[in-house]
Design a protein around this ligand. Structure first.
Ligand SMILES: *[C@@H]1O[C@H](CO)[C@@H](O)[C@H](O)[C@H]1NC(C)=O
Length: 340
């Protein structure tokens, strides 16, 4: 008796979780759906979760910051409706960039090259139950050790659905080409990044440089930006494997048309947007978002210089590759491009 029941129970559980995933997509199409106010395990100072603090606002009401974030959400949802026809189902593996904070009820989708080290540090402080006080006491490499933070892909499907419905989901984005140049500079122009040189640099040089030297083929440490662009546009690249996360589009890393982000933060207004989130969490007095003083930061002018060497033909193709990120997050076509 017991033996024959087990498979049936398992089957029922599977079907149930499948339906839950479907249910999530339908209910989440309406941002005001009542399931948004489901209580999380966490209660803030005012007895509210961050998600409730955002949507049942009184203290934040009428603030210009709140209006900005509402506009960003609306724009994102309009572009999604206009450009994405097929609604595909999420698989747990699609959620491996969503970092979970069960203590406060937060989901953060990390995008490399958009202050992601500092956000991971802050998430470690928030989830650390007193282990850390100051994000900057956490070494950068430790923030990237995967066992230090949990991602949504590690949970069961019912647990995933519960968190997608009742946690505050946020993401940080950046001007797509500035992010791309930042990734290129960091991974290909710094002598210490030998792993990237070996893994990607040697292949890029082999395929996209005419008459490469033996040394360049062996080391892969002098990839030019132009060659990197050819690599990104080569159909073989994505056929063989997904883009590395440092240059993968936010659209593909964080699925913003399926996961409905409550707050879209921007690198351009990083500290302001980070404080807004910490305020919703009720942690703005206990956690300080690290303000970067990096002088090597990739700027718009620097990005423009890198694109000078790229022909209009390749500029256009590269823009098309990153077009969804431009549209979804309201970035305009860079004025330095010669694609009109
Ligand atoms: C989009 O960007 C433009 C200019 O950068 C700005 O004026 C506008 O308010 C933004 N729209 C939204 C919905 O954020």
């Amino acid at each position: 008796m017991r033996r024959s029941r087990a498979p049936r129970v398992a089957l029922a559980a599977c079907l149930g979780s499948f339906l839950l995933v479907v249910f999530y997509f339908q209910s989440s199409l309406n941002p005001a759906a009542e399931d948004r106010v489901i209580r999380t395990t966490w209660q803030g100072k005012a007895g509210r979760s961050p998600l409730q603090a955002l949507y049942e606002s009184d203290q934040f009401e009428q603030s210009s910051l709140q209006a900005v974030h509402q506009q960003r959400r609306e724009l994102l949802s309009n572009i999604c409706n206009r450009y994405t026809r097929k609604r595909r189902l999420l698989r747990p593996d699609d959620l491996r960039h969503l970092v979970v904070d069960d203590t406060h009820g937060l989901l953060y989708c990390y995008v490399p090259k958009v202050a992601c080290t500092n956000w991971k540090r802050v998430m470690m402080v928030l989830t650390g139950q007193g282990k850390y006080q100051d994000p900057l006491e956490i070494p950068a490499n430790e923030a990237h050790v995967s066992s230090n933070l949990r991602t949504l892909s590690e949970y069961s499907i019912p647990e995933i659905n519960h968190r997608l419905r009742s946690y505050l989901k946020f993401i940080f984005v950046r001007e797509p080409f500035e992010r791309l140049v930042s990734a290129y500079r960091n991974k290909f122009t710094r002598s210490y990044n030998t792993a990237f040189h070996k893994r990607y640099g040697t292949k890029i040089i082999r395929r996209h440089r005419q008459e490469p030297s033996d040394k360049a083929l062996e080391r892969g440490d002098d990839v030019r930006f132009e060659e990197f662009v050819y690599y990104l546009l080569d159909p073989r690249t994505q056929r063989e494997e997904p883009f590395n996360e440092h240059w993968e589009r936010v659209h593909s890393l964080c699925h913003p048309c399926i996961v409905h982000y409550d707050v879209v933060g921007k690198y351009e207004t990083l500290v302001e947007d980070a404080n807004y989130i910490l305020q919703l969490v009720g942690a703005d007095t206990t956690v300080k978002f690290p303000s970067s003083s990096k002088t090597t930061r990739t700027t718009d002018d620097m990005t423009a210089q890198f694109f000078q060497d790229i022909s209009p033909f390749y500029q256009r193709r590269l823009f098309n590759l990153y077009k969804m990120d431009y549209l979804l997050f309201n970035y305009s076509i860079p004025s330095y491009l010669r694609i009109r």
